[in-house]
Design a binder for this molecule. Structure first.
Ligand code: HEC
Length: 157
């Protein structure tokens, strides 16, 4: 009879360790190879950051990029004055084409005024807040977009 309890204890231990792996964002999937370059498996997103980023996005970004990250309808059309319009932040845009480094500096510094009205947020948001907004944005992407963006961020590390 005792042995069953030992086995049960071991089983619970295994389940707890498994849960810990997932919870600590330790990659559990397969490494990703694109163009012959392999990077570690896609980490899961930190859910605390997603939750923190959502209201910050609504407050600071939604007025231009849309309440549902949809951007403005004709965002692909360059304006007569040479300016770009706010693109979507979800999978339908091209935010996921860029590495974390590039996105982070883009949000911190804003756009070049010659073609963009995107303000910089370096003096308004902390690094952690910007990171949380980015994590919230990532949570809207599909698996393929997430994997590509992870790959392009991780390949130069
Ligand atoms: C006043 C309007 C405005 C606000 C507010 C704004 N943006 Fe933008 N954003 C733009 C415009 C216009 C562009 C396109 C031109 C460019 O890339 O700079 C852009 C581009 C971007 C890009 C580059 C997308 C790509 O595909 O290259 C990212 C990422 C981005 N914004 C994120 C944010 C985040 C995050 C916030 C809030 C913290 C924010 N923006 C707030 C107007 C805005």
């Amino acid at each position: 009879m005792r042995r069953i309890w030992y086995l049960l204890l071991i089983l619970i231990g295994i389940i707890l360790v498994g849960a810990l792996f997932i919870w600590r964002n330790i990659p559990v999937g397969e490494p990703i190879t694109i163009n012959g370059i392999t990077v570690p498996a896609l980490p899961t997103l930190d859910q605390d950051l997603v939750v923190q980023g959502e209201p910050l996005y609504a407050q600071h970004c939604a007025s231009c990029h849309g309440a549902n990250l949809e951007g403005v309808p004709d965002w692909k059309t360059i304006q007569p004055d040479g300016k770009y319009l706010p693109p979507p932040q979800d999978s339908s845009g091209h935010t996921w084409h860029h590495s974390d480094d590039l996105l982070f500096s883009g949000i911190a510094d804003g756009g070049d005024p010659s073609y963009s009205d995107m303000p910089g947020f370096r003096d308004i948001l902390t690094d952690e807040e910007m990171n949380s907004i980015l994590t919230f944005i990532k949570s809207s992407w599909g698996q393929e977009e997430r994997e590509f963006q992870w790959w392009i961020s991780a390949k130069d590390q």
